[in-house]
Design a binder for this molecule. Structure first.
Ligand code: 5AD
Ligand code: SF4
Length: 455
């Protein structure tokens, strides 16, 4: 067999990004070397997303590029499209030999044995597991910020959503393992931890310790060396006041909450089976805003859900005015096979969906411009996470998750690397999506070991 090399491309959410880090670690432990082009790779893997049709089509267009290359490469489809389409993938792309959903990654070593032995149709599609993909073999992509998945799957069954089909039922990881991982990460030099789950705040500790989500959050924030903790994505129904109390009482917990609303119309929320009304959602927002901490709030919105009238849409617009989100992710509704909403007869025409999306995004842009202008003159702490080569600016991220770019001619001239450093920066300018500022003070960058397998 040719040298064991693999190429892994990831689509979709942070859960997928983190799953890919674990897949990469699992493969590295089997003697595979990661390469960054498909040409060099013996094994080509796509970790896929099926949240909307566009995301799902991406993998098939990638695979279509390789139709003639069967024989010299092994192709695998992982993740949500694998789970959702299953063996159908072999029919659409016969050169694929591995199809494995995220609930079966525990079996990846066995599946790889079979692929390596030359089997041409290997599948891992069972959703029937109460285990999470909890492996010590992780090749982390970022040397400062680390992801920890604390809960897999989803039991909520919103009528538009494919996730319960692709990621299976809700399974929480025991708190001791999570805290142990956080301590190992801190010891390895990581300063930021992001706790992940489709409904991260629905976490229920399966061990006798029985921690609530807010208690777990607080405990992770108290791990020595961890300076920042974020969590995503929260479901409004489970967003209890103790989460905000935990943030109030623990400086390591970031000033950031992502709380997807999906629609500002109670009628539509009901059709989506979101299990809250507009008023209940706004009640959660009031709790967050009552915090003495300046907590940034972001959300997800779907426009053009079946049956959405102009009046419903207006209610989403007025919700944006009322909440004044720091940022939003907005999408046109995309029907997903197998979900209840895919059967609803009253689809909103594509053109109308596009119009609503552009109106929504323009409204939010104006909100962000206005809110960012109010930040000029303030002092922020940023974690430096990149550099713009052209302008020589460092890219920092604030506790509120805003990008704050700043110049530091001194560090540039001295060839000093600020990546991973915490800096104090004064905001001097703003745009709709980021801020610019000037450096006030810097802490030296912390040494981390970069890429590695955590044992
Ligand atoms: N169509 C459009 N957007 C969707 N989302 C989830 N399912 C769909 C769908 N079928 C959006 C929701 C969710 C985000 C991750 O993706 O807003 O919060
Ligand atoms: Fe996409 Fe959802 Fe799967 Fe994440 S869990 S990759 S958002 S379908």
């Amino acid at each position: 067999m040719a040298e064991k090399t693999f190429y892994l491309e990831t689509f979709g959410c942070q859960m997928n990004v983190h799953d890919s880090e674990k897949v990469a670690g699992t493969l590295a432990a089997r003697g595979y070397r990661q390469v960054h082009s498909t040409e060099e790779a013996r094994l080509v893997l796509y970790n896929t997303c099926s949240i909307r049709d566009k995301a799902e089509q991406k993998v098939f267009s990638r695979l279509a590029n390789f139709k003639k290359q069967r024989g010299d490469k092994i192709f695998g489809v992982l993740g949500c499209v694998a789970q959702h389409q299953g063996e159908e993938i072999f029919a659409q792309a016969p050169h694929v030999s591995l199809v494995c959903g995220s609930a079966s990654y525990n079996q990846l070593p066995d599946l790889m044995d079979r692929v390596e032995a030359g089997e041409s149709r290997v599948t891992g599609l069972s959703l029937d597991t109460d285990e999470t993909f909890d492996t010590p073999l992780v090749e982390r992509d970022n040397p400062h910020r680390a992801y920890i998945t604390i809960i897999e799957g989803c039991d909520k069954h919103c009528t538009y959503c494919v996730v319960p089909f692709t990621r299976g039922p809700e399974r929480s990881r025991a708190s001791a393992g999570i805290l142990e991982e956080a301590r190992r990460l801190a010891a390895a030099g990581y300063t930021e931890i992001q706790l992940l789950g489709q409904t991260v705040n629905s976490y229920r500790d399966p061990s006798p310790a029985g921690l609530r989500f807010a208690q777990l959050l607080d405990a992770v924030g108290r791990v020595a060396g961890i300076r920042r903790v974020r969590f995503t994505t929260s479901h409004p129904r489970d967003f209890t006041a103790d989460i905000i109390e935990a943030i109030d009482g623990n400086p390591a917990l970031c000033n950031q909450v992502h709380l997807p609303v999906q629609s500002g119309s109670t009628r539509l929320l009901d059709r989506m089976e979101r299990n809250y009304t507009r008023e209940e959602y706004l009640g959660r927002i009031r709790t967050i805003k009552a915090s003495p901490r300046k907590i940034a709030i972001s959300t997800d919105v779907i426009v053009g859900f079946p049956g959405e009238t102009r009046e419903d849409f207006e209610q989403t617009l007025s919700l944006l005015d009322e909440v004044e989100y720091d940022s939003i992710f907005s999408f046109k509704y995309s029907p997903r096979a197998g979900t209840p909403a895919a059967e609803y007869a009253d689809a909103v025409p594509e053109e109308e969906q596009s119009w609503r999306l552009s109106i929504l995004q323009e409204k939010q842009r104006r909100i962000q411009v206005r809110r960012h202008e109010q930040l000029i003159g303030l002092e922020e702490e940023v974690l430096v996470e990149g550099r713009r080569e052209k302008s020589g600016q460092w890219i920092g991220r604030t506790s509120q998750n805003r990008v704050l770019n700043f110049a530091d001619p001194g560090s540039l001239a001295a060839g000093e690397n600020l990546l991973g450093a915490f800096c104090r920066v004064r905001v001097t300018g703003s745009g709709p999506n980021s801020l610019v500022g000037e450096l006030l003070a810097k802490e030296p960058a912390r040494a981390t070991h970069g890429f590695r397998i955590l044992q």
